[in-house]
Design a protein around this ligand. Sequence first.
Ligand SMILES: Cc1cc2nc3c(=O)[nH]c(=O)nc-3n(C[C@H](O)[C@H](O)[C@H](O)COP(=O)(O)OP(=O)(O)OC[C@H]3O[C@@H](n4cnc5c(N)ncnc54)[C@H](O)[C@@H]3O)c2cc1C
Length: 483
Amino acid sequence: MTPLFEVAVIGAGISGLGTAITLREAGITDFVVLEKADSVGGVWRDNTYPGCAVDIPSIAYSYSFAPHDDWSRKFAPQPEILSYLRETADRFGVGEHLRLGVEVFEASWDEPQRCWVLDTSDGEIRARSLVAAAGPWHEPSLPDIDGLDSFPGPVFHTSRWDHEVDLTGQRVAIVGTGASAIQVVPSIAEQVAELHVLQRTPQWVVPKMEPSPSRLARRLGVHRLRWVHEFNRRREELILELTNIAFNHRWGQAAFKWVGRQNIHAAIDDPALRTALTPEWSVGCKRLLMSSDYYPALARPNVSVVSTGLSAVRGNTLIGEDNSKTDVDVVIMATGFKILDMPIAGRVRGSDGRSLSEHWDGSPQAYLGTTVPGFPNLYIIFGPNVSAVASGFLIVESQLQQVVQALAHLRRSGAVSLEVRPHVMRQFNNDVQAALQSTVYNSGGCRSYYFDKNGRNGFSWPWSARRLRRMTARFDPTDYIVT
Ligand SMILES: Cc1cc2nc3c(=O)[nH]c(=O)nc-3n(C[C@H](O)[C@H](O)[C@H](O)COP(=O)(O)OP(=O)(O)OC[C@H]3O[C@@H](n4cnc5c(N)ncnc54)[C@H](O)[C@@H]3O)c2cc1C
């Protein structure tokens, strides 16, 4: 029989790497990290599109235990974040646990042995506990568009950017106006002959304030002082908390809408285009976007906004839902990711042999976004309803507090498995859903990817990030069936 690891981790993005480092710090070294790609980094390895950058200040979008002082910008570009992740993984000795190029096809709970059995591209691996850190922003969501397959030119998703395609002088369409699109548009607008932005729904976009640190402060290295760094990080976290409060407050809404409209008015003169770009729903109902160069790019003479979704493709012609026709040479799909129907859920099978997807039946639920009844010793990072208005790193580190305490409890008690009690998860989810009702996510008047196919918000955390940290810090063994 294959050897039994204490823990197996699926994925080596910020969640998988963070898990590995946290396990080591907790004295757990008998674990393996399985990553199907040939390098670490996850999202920040895959998304190499022009203009890709974080939209949470980098001082907060980094591990609290691995502060980095030398970001070139307040919102670091993708290559810098990827370097940071690689260097941090090396510095904390993750390499010895890492198996690159190993895909997990299926993970099944073996009831008699009380362990996870993983069917991988490198053979069978067994582990007592399993951390699914495979990322909800991993698998592109590609709408099924009639005729798109036979489009004669290149078609690619933003997260699978085809760097072989030279866009110079081409007629390009970008489908979607979400977080990736608003970064791509200004980055390629000057290079292409024509850029057609297919917008089904407009988004709220506020300016991306990026003050460069004063040269004197940099020379003196003030930002490297530990307490200055910590103060700056806390300040950014506080601003995010206040943003969350503002989303859900009448005056905060009014202020954000004013800023969003000013951002449009400063760049766009055409009243019809201004109207087309102004959302009718509340700010924060969908992810708030930040850019100071998106609207100026839309105002360029070679850029047009086509206010419709893509309905069909005939040869080089894109046909909109409003029957409009646009001829292009290249199609870029900025259509987001399979977030709530995350692919890893179809590959993890619990004690009754059903997969997480089957178990959830379209509506993902977990206790603190992490543990699920019927799936002993399974911990999901970025599971359902943990997405607070906060840095992804804060969310990962919060969840890892639960994971490490659960693993420590197993060790201390000599037990072999922990499984959250169904009523604990049910009560938690009832509270989450009740609290969500009055939030801007549920009542802001938009249709967002936060909602699953059954119309339930399985994405958002309804409270503050502070509360997420506090609730995940508390581990109560009585919440679990301990075997
Ligand atoms: C373009 C973009 C910009 C973003 N910007 C922000 C931002 O500004 N702020 C913010 O807070 N969040 C942002 N996010 C969200 C971001 O995804 C998270 O913050 C975080 O990067 C997720 O990390 P992860 O490790 O959970 O997942 P990922 O980074 O997706 O990593 C998952 C890893 O698992 C591997 N994997 C998947 N399935 C398997 C399998 N079956 N077997 C083996 N390996 C597997 C994948 O190859 C991947 O390396 C952004 C997302 C995108 C796509």
